[in-house]
Design a protein around this ligand. Structure first.
Ligand SMILES: NC(=O)c1ccc[n+]([C@@H]2O[C@H](COP(=O)([O-])OP(=O)(O)OC[C@H]3O[C@@H](n4cnc5c(N)ncnc54)[C@H](OP(=O)(O)O)[C@@H]3O)[C@@H](O)[C@H]2O)c1
Length: 317
C-alpha cells in the first residue's frame, strides 16, 4: 500500500507533515503534498526522487480543491489543524467541516485508508472550542469513512515545534516565565519522529483501520517541569511566576489580537485540563514504537537559544 502507492497528505507542508512526507518518500510512496501554499509544499520535492513528491494547492474550505487533490489516492492523511482562528479559518470550518470534506473526498476517491490526525483532549464536552471542534471532526470523519484511523497526539516536540521553541525564545527576553494556572497542568510530550513513524506504520498495517490511537512520550511533565527543561537546555535562570487562570485569560484577551497570537483565551481553557494519553487507549507501544524522551532531543535543538558562555550542562534553575 505504501511502496508505489499514491498517498495524499493534506497539511503535508506543516511541522508534522514535513516529517511524515520524508518518511513516506523513503518508504517508496508517491506523495501529493496538499496545502493552501503550494510553494511551501514544493519545498518538499527534494526529499524524494524526481516526480515522487508533488505539491498541490488545496484548501479544506473549498470542496472542489479537496476532491481534486484526493483523486486517485490509495491512502489519505489529514494533518490540517489550526491553533487560533483567523478570518475564514474558524475552528469549525477547519477541524470539523474541513475534516468531513477530506473524509468524503477520500471515500469518493476509493482510498483504502484514511488517517486523520486529531489531538489528545478532543471531547464534545471540553470548555475549549479547539477541542470540541476536533471531537466533532472525528465524529464527522467516522461517519463519512467508518474505517478511518484517528491519531491523537499530546503536545508534539522536535526542531521547529511551537511549544518548546516559544518558551525558549521568551526566556531570552523576559526575566520571568508565566506558570499558567500555577504550572500544574500535565503533558505527555511526544517526539515528532515517533508520530511520523506511527502514521507510517498505521498506513502499512490494515489491522489498524477503524482504531483511535493516543500518542504520548515516555514521561508525563507538569507545565512547571516543561519550563524547567527549557531553562536547563538554554542555560538560563528565570523566575517562574504563577499566573492564575483568570489572569492568563485577561492577558490572552489582549494577546489574541496579534496576527499570530502568543496566547488565546481558548488555549487558556485547554490548559485547564491535563493533556495525557488515556490509560486504555492504543498507543505507540501497540505500534511497536519505543517513545523518544524529551531529554534525548530537546536540549540539542534549543541550544541555539543558549546564553553566550553558558555551561553545556547548566544547573537546574
Ligand atoms: N504540533 C502539536 O503539538 C500537535 C499536538 C496535537 C495535535 N496536533 C495536530 O496535528 C496536526 C498537524 O499539526 P502541525 O503542528 O503539523 O500543524 P502546522 O505546522 O500548523 O501545519 C498545518 C498544515 O495545515 C495546512 N493548512 C492550514 N489550513 C489549511 C486549509 N484551510 N486547507 C488546507 N491546508 C491547510 C498548512 O499549510 P497552509 O497554511 O499552506 O495551508 C500546514 O501544511 C494538526 O491537526 C494539529 O491539530 C498537533
Amino acid at each position: 500500500m505504501i511502496n508505489g502507492g499514491r498517498v495524499v497528505v493534506f497539511g503535508g507542508s506543516g511541522f508534522l507533515g514535513r516529517h511524515i512526507v520524508r518518511r513516506l518518500a523513503k518508504a517508496g510512496a508517491r506523495i501529493i503534498v496538499a496545502a493552501r501554499d503550494a510553494e511551501a509544499a514544493a519545498q518538499l520535492k527534494p526529499v524524494g526522487d524526481p516526480g515522487q513528491v508533488v505539491p498541490r494547492r488545496a484548501d479544506l474550505l473549498d470542496e472542489a480543491s479537496v476532491a481534486a487533490a484526493a483523486a486517485g489516492a490509495d491512502v489519505v492523511v489529514n494533518l490540517v489543524g489550526i491553533l487560533f482562528e483567523s478570518g475564514r479559518q474558524s475552528f469549525a470550518a477547519v477541524h470539523t467541516q474541513g475534516a468531513r470534506r477530506v473524509a468524503e473526498a477520500a471515500s469518493a476517491a476509493g482510498a483504502k485508508r484514511l488517517i486523520h490526525v486529531s489531538a489528545v483532549g478532543a471531547a464534545p464536552t471540553s470548555r475549549s472550542l479547539y477541542a470540541r471542534t476536533k471531537a466533532a471532526g472525528e465524529a464527522a470523519v467516522r461517519e463519512a469513512f467508518p474505517h478511518a484511523t484517528i491519531v491523537r497526539p499530546s503536545i508534539v516536540f522536535g526542531p521547529e515545534d511551537v511549544f518548546f521553541n516559544r518558551f525558549a525564545a521568551m526566556a531570552r527576553f523576559t526575566p520571568a516565565l508565566p506558570l499558567i494556572g500555577g504550572g500544574h497542568t500535565r503533558f505527555q510530550p511526544v517526539y515528532v519522529g515517533d508520530v511520523a513513524e506511527a502514521v507510517l506504520r498505521i498506513a502499512a498495517d490494515p489491522a489498524t483501520a477503524g482504531k483511535t490511537y493516543e500518542l504520548g512520550g515516555p514521561r508525563v511533565y507538569t507545565f512547571r517541569e516543561v519550563l524547567e527543561v527549557v531553562l536547563r537546555a538554554t542555560g538560563r535562570r528565570r523566575l517562574l511566576v504563577p499566573l492564575p487562570f483568570w489572569a492568563a485569560d485577561l492577558e490572552a484577551l489582549f494577546l489574541e489580537r496579534l496576527p499570530k497570537p502568543l496566547l488565546t483565551r481558548d488555549q487558556v481553557k485547554l490548559l485547564r485540563r491535563d493533556n495525557v494519553v488515556g490509560a486504555n487507549a492504543p498507543g505507540l507501544a501497540d505500534l511497536g514504537i519505543t517513545p523518544t524522551s524529551v531529554e534525548a532531543v530537546v536540549p540539542a535543538y534549543l541550544a541555539r537559544y543558549r546564553r553566550a558562555g553558558a555551561a553545556q550542562s547548566a544547573p537546574s534553575p
